[in-house]
Design a protein around this ligand. Structure first.
Ligand code: DOR
Length: 441
């Protein structure tokens, strides 16, 4: 599909220095070519009127579960990428717990082929570590890194012993992203609390200590081998404090909007829809995570979009699966926080785009600057609208944030210079591209 010439007219443009410019952005061949107070339109420019709207770099969501192949009754790459386009997410990094697991080059190639056919936004796929795929972990391409489930997983993707983790940290130099929960502690506490069906027990079974112990182990191994480590969905005050005291330069961490904005009180209102791994924590954890994000101890934001159907979620705990969707709500949720004065719009764009591109070495993304890819989102910071189940595009069809009144909803989303979402309409013929990742420096 040919990429049209675009002129975005009179937007509040977020510049790389964090300031805003009221002006125009010119796009040619999928890249930003000019940013200026006024740019004269060419005859073949498609003009996008942006008066009253704010232009941000497209969101890069670095942790999602899109369920294809194998679990398409929950979500697939088409429905998920439609939800991304609506949510202003122009690129995503997807996790390996599909069926088959993404643990070989062949499985990675299969996902890339499927994505090329059906994804409306840009895509990258993690390679999952098992105890026997060290060679694949070294050579698989392209991938943002190796995903290790230290806990909260069944089957070959669970690596819950130091002796099995060690060779992975010792071999190669690409990024390792960890789901850090101590499986032994979780199993012991599961027995202790067996028989309880109130989902609130989930946060006690998989408690703060379980997360802290696994994060400590991952940090120990990362230090030993000076290995690039990323800690996924950091959820506890204790882990944030640990990193605040001593975070090696080669370590990054992320937090989800749910761990910032929801806590254990959500079980009383939304039951098992509030169940995720690592679990929701206390209001104190919310506050410490926020502070860590503001201080730069936590580097960026991911949704951990992990859809399950309402029928699956309706099973009584512990048979109800863990996970909640997020790509459609993450940007307005965070921009609403900015509007309320908890952070700035520029910080939100940094946490949801610029810092992610930097951490994963994704070239030419995350900034509105000539030479960068035209992955952009125009948001409306004035209008407030509620999250409505009837408007959701994710196949699972629910959100833990239903009823929340949010501002900063995307009005236009642009992927590689192509308008993919525009005033509630999707352009279904748009396709994203595979992301590339610079080797660890
Ligand atoms: O809550 C979660 N659900 N956490 C994970 O790490 C996995 C995910 C899933 O795939 O459902």
């Amino acid at each position: 599909m040919s990429t049209p010439n675009l002129l975005i007219h009179q937007a509040q443009i977020l510049l790389p220095n964090g300031e805003f410019l009221l002006g125009d952005v010119q796009v040619r061949d999928g890249q930003i070519t000019q940013v200026a107070p006024t740019i004269a339109p060419s005859d073949d420019d498609r003009q996008i009127e942006a008066e009253g709207l704010t232009l941000l770099p497209g969101v890069i969501d670095p942790q999602v579960h899109f369920r294809e192949p194998g679990l398409e009754h929950k979500e697939d790459l088409f429905t998920a990428s439609c939800a991304c386009a609506k949510g202003g997410v122009t690129s995503f990094l997807e996790m390996p717990n599909t069926r088959p697991l993404t643990t070989t080059q062949a499985a990675l190639d299969d996902k890339l082929q499927r994505a090329a056919q059906k994804c409306l936004v840009n895509y990258g796929f993690f390679i999952g570590a098992t105890v026997e795929n060290l060679p694949d972990l070294r050579t698989a391409q392209p991938t943002p890194g190796i995903k290790i489930f230290m806990g909260s997983m069944k089957g070959p993707l669970l690596i819950d012993h130091e002796a099995a983790l060690e060779p992975i940290f010792a071999t190669g130099d690409r990024l390792i992203a960890v789901h850090a929960e101590n499986q032994a502690r979780i199993e012991q506490r599961r027995q202790q609390f067996a028989g309880i069906t109130d989902p609130a027990i989930h946060s006690q079974i998989q408690d703060n200590q379980a997360a802290l112990e696994a994060t400590q182990l991952a940090l120990k191994l990362s230090r030993k081998y000076q290995r690039r480590l990323h800690i996924l969905h950091l959820s506890t005050a204790e882990e944030a404090e640990l990193l605040r005291q001593d975070k090696p330069a080669w370590v990054t961490a992320e937090v989800t909007p749910q761990h910032l904005l929801l806590n254990t009180s959500a079980y009383a209102t939304i039951g098992t829809l509030a169940q995720m791994n690592p679990p929701l924590r206390s209001p104190h954890d919310n506050a410490v995570l926020w502070q860590a994000l503001l201080e730069g101890v936590i580097d960026f934001i991911a949704t951990d979009h992990a859809p399950h159907t309402l029928t699956e979620k309706a099973q009584p705990y512990p048979n109800s699966p863990s996970g909640m969707p997020g790509v459609e709500t993450s940007l307005p949720l965070m921009l609403t926080q900015a509007k309320q004065g908890r952070c700035t719009v520029a910080q939100v764009a940094n946490w949801m785009s610029t810092a992610v591109a930097r951490a994963y070495g994704i070239p030419n993304k995350g900034r509105i600057e000539p030479g960068y890819d035209a992955d952009l989102v125009l948001v409306d910071l004035m209008t407030e609208r509620p999250v409505l189940r009837s408007e959701l595009l994710t196949k699972c069809g629910w959100s833990p944030f239903e009823g929340w009144s949010l501002t900063g909803w995307p009005v236009v989303t642009i992927v590689g210079g192509q308008v993919v979402y525009e005033r509630c309409q999707l352009h279904l013929d748009v396709r994203g591209k595979p992301l590339t990742f610079a080797p660890a420096s």
